[in-house]
Design a protein around this ligand. Structure first.
Ligand code: PRT
Ligand code: ZN
Length: 294
């Protein structure tokens, strides 16, 4: 019987959209019935399980799901909580749901650095990560664990400082808080169980990973096309960011001009386009790449 890989993904929240988008870009067609907790994808033999993000590490560790997409912050907290970290392996960092676990305190208060936390109360949803960070910095402080709305804790007199996830910083600002230290950076990770899989299951994972790698590689990669004077071609190709072997072709009826096409593996900034133009490049087009392989 051919295997079906079961992947645990967040049902709703800050990981859900990125997870679905990645899997869809990897060629899966996913249309769950409203309210359904599982969905068989079309395109590859894969079944999705829609759950709360906090349950993903243990579902994968217990082998209920083969793979999962979870935040690095949740995985680190779980790993520090107890044995079982060896039950999970990180397969790929996925580059979305990026955030930073930060220490912050009231803007007009006295806490401005890690040293100022000595003897303080700190509210967080990540007590294990925070405690290990404080230990590393030789700080003795009380952790107050809250499941959510951590930013309100200082105003309620529950804590002197907080340790919480920040992405735009708007929530800190809205609650009169300023961050002063980074505890960890986080992003979505693809995880798998650390058990022996049969060959067919490994082959299916390898196929999915090739596609995921193609999607990730294509995110920063652009295709650039331009025309340029023959004598400027060396200068111009040297300016193309992360392009290893550009294609250079003659232009019909223009002996003095060449066309340059290249895959650029790094961001092409407006600055670069201006420099290209200054060297005589024209008709410059920068195109997104949808998929990459090989
Ligand atoms: O219901 P379920 O349990 O599945 O979801 P949840 O409510 O526990 O988690 P969710 O969806 O909020 O976050 C899921 C994961 O997304 C987290 O574990 C992180 O890995 C990642 N992530 C990325 C974030 C943020 N960005 C984020 N900004 N998780 C939470 N936040 C919160 C933060 O706690 C704070 O309250 O957003 C607020 C700050 O946002 P800014 O933009 O104002 O700085
Ligand atoms: Zn959660």
């Amino acid at each position: 019987m051919s295997p079906v890989l079961r992947i645990a993904v967040q049902k709703k929240g800050r990981l859900a959209n990125g997870s679905m988008k990645l899997l869809e870009q990897a060629g899966l067609s996913i249309s769950p019935n409203p309210g359904a907790l599982t969905c068989r994808a079309q395109g590859l033999p894969i079944e999705l399980l829609f759950v709360r993000d906090d349950d993903i590490p243990s579902l994968v560790a217990k082998g209920v799901c083969d793979l999962g997409i979870a935040g690095e912050n949740v995985l680190r907290e779980e790993a520090l909580e107890g044995p079982g970290e060896e039950a999970l392996l990180t397969v790929r960092p996925l580059g979305f749901s990026r955030c930073t676990l930060k220490l912050a305190a009231p803007r007009d208060g006295n806490i401005k650095s890690i040293e100022d936390l000595q003897g303080c109360k700190i509210a967080t949803s990540y007590p294990q990560i925070l405690e290990s960070f404080l230990k590393e910095h030789n700080i003795e402080a009380d952790c107050v664990t809250l499941k959510g709305a951590v930013e309100i804790a200082p105003a309620l007199g529950l804590s002197d400082a907080i340790c919480d996830l920040v992405s735009s910083g708007a929530t800190l600002a809205a609650n009169g808080l300023t961050d002063f230290a980074t505890v960890m950076k986080s992003q979505a990770l693809l995880i798998r169980s650390n058990t022996v899989w049969d060959e067919a299951r490994e082959a299916l994972l390898a196929r999915l990973l090739r596609r995921i790698d193609g999607v990730i590689a294509s995110r920063a990669t652009k295709y650039i096309m331009l025309n340029a004077p023959k004598e400027a071609i060396d200068d111009i190709t040297a300016l193309l960011p992360g392009a290893d072997a550009p294609t250079i072709m003659p232009l019909v009826g223009r002996d003095d001009q060449m066309a340059v096409h290249a895959v650029c593996r790094e961001t092409i900034f407006w600055d670069t386009l201006e420099q290209l133009e200054a060297r005589g490049a024209h008709a410059i087009l920068v195109l997104p790449i949808e998929k990459m392989m090989g």
